[in-house]
Design a protein around this ligand. Structure first.
Ligand SMILES: [Zn+2]
Length: 243
C-alpha cells in the first residue's frame, strides 16, 4: 500500500461534489458511451408522493423528482439516475441501485415525511359508505362486533369510483380510509365476498406494515393467521375468482 489519495478523491468527486445534472450526465455516459450528450434538466417538484419521471423530448432529457428527495445523499440521487435512465433506455438498472433507493425510502424518517406529504398534498376521494345495495358502515360494524369486540375505531369508508376487479379494496393509512371496489355493490353478488374484502382491510388497521431494511412486508405471518378467523374464507375466495 502506497498512496491511497487519488482513489479517495475519485470517490469524493463522483459522489459528493456533483450537481444532479452532472450525476445524470455521468450515468448517461455509462448507458450510452458513444451518443452525444443531450441537455439534461433536473427539476424537483411538489408531488404528493415519491414518484419520479423521465422523458426525452427534442434532444433534452427532462427529469422530474419529488422534492422529498431534494436533500437525499448523492448516492441515492445516483441510484435513482440509474433507475430512471434504465427505464428510458429499457435497460433495467443493476439491482444494487434499486436496493439502495428502496433502502433510503424505507428509512423511518422518510416514511414519516411521505406520510405527511400524502396527507397534506394528496387529495382523497371518499364516496361515503352508502352504496346502491350495501352500506359499508353496516358491514364494518357487523365485522367489528364479531371479530374485534367492537373495539376497532371506524375509519372513513367509501366505494371506489370504478368497479375495479384488480383492486378489490385497500386501506390508505395516510387518510385513514378503507376503500372497497364498487364491483361489490351488486345485489347479485353474495354479501360474503364483500364481507371478506372488508375484513381483510380491517386487518390492515390492526396489523401495520412491517419495515426491515429495504424490505416491506404488508401481509405478515400474524396477518395471515388472523385472516383465518373469517369463517367462510374458502367460500368468499371462490366467489372472488368468478369476478
Ligand atoms: Zn391486503
Amino acid at each position: 500500500m502506497q498512496d491511497s489519495g487519488p482513489a479517495v478523491s475519485g470517490i469524493q468527486s463522483a459522489l459528493l461534489f456533483e450537481t444532479p445534472e452532472e450525476i445524470y450526465a455521468r450515468v448517461f455516459r455509462e448507458f450510452k458511451p458513444r451518443t452525444p450528450m443531450p441537455k439534461i434538466a433536473v427539476e424537483f417538484c411538489r408531488f404528493a408522493n415519491a414518484d419520479s419521471f423521465i422523458r426525452l423530448e427534442s434532444g433534452v432529457i427532462h427529469v422530474r423528482i419529488s422534492d422529498l428527495l431534494e436533500g437525499a445523499p448523492a448516492p441515492v440521487v445516483e441510484a435513482l439516475a440509474y433507475i430512471l435512465l434504465g427505464k428510458l433506455f429499457r435497460r433495467p438498472a443493476a439491482r444494487i441501485y434499486a436496493h439502495r433507493y428502496r433502502l433510503y425510502l424505507n428509512r423511518r424518517d422518510m416514511r414519516r415525511q411521505m406520510h405527511l406529504i400524502r396527507q397534506i398534498r394528496g387529495r382523497k376521494f371518499v364516496s361515503g359508505p352508502q352504496g346502491s345495495h350495501y352500506n359499508l358502515e353496516a358491514v364494518f360494524e357487523a365485522l367489528n362486533a364479531e371479530h374485534f369486540q367492537g373495539l376497532l375505531s371506524r375509519p372513513l369508508l367509501g366505494w371506489s369510483r370504478a368497479a375495479s376487479r384488480n383492486r378489490l379494496g385497500h386501506f390508505d393509512p395516510s387518510h385513514n380510509a378503507i376503500i372497497i371496489s364498487r364491483v361489490f355493490d351488486n345485489s347479485t353478488l353474495p354479501a360474503v365476498a364483500l364481507e371478506y374484502v372488508m375484513f381483510h382491510e380491517m386487518l390492515h388497521l390492526r396489523h401495520p406494515v412491517e419495515h426491515n431494511g429495504a424490505k416491506r412486508r404488508v401481509h405478515t405471518r400474524e396477518f395471515h393467521q388472523a385472516e383465518k378467523q373469517f369463517g367462510r374464507l374458502q367460500e368468499a375466495k371462490e366467489i372472488l375468482k368468478t369476478l
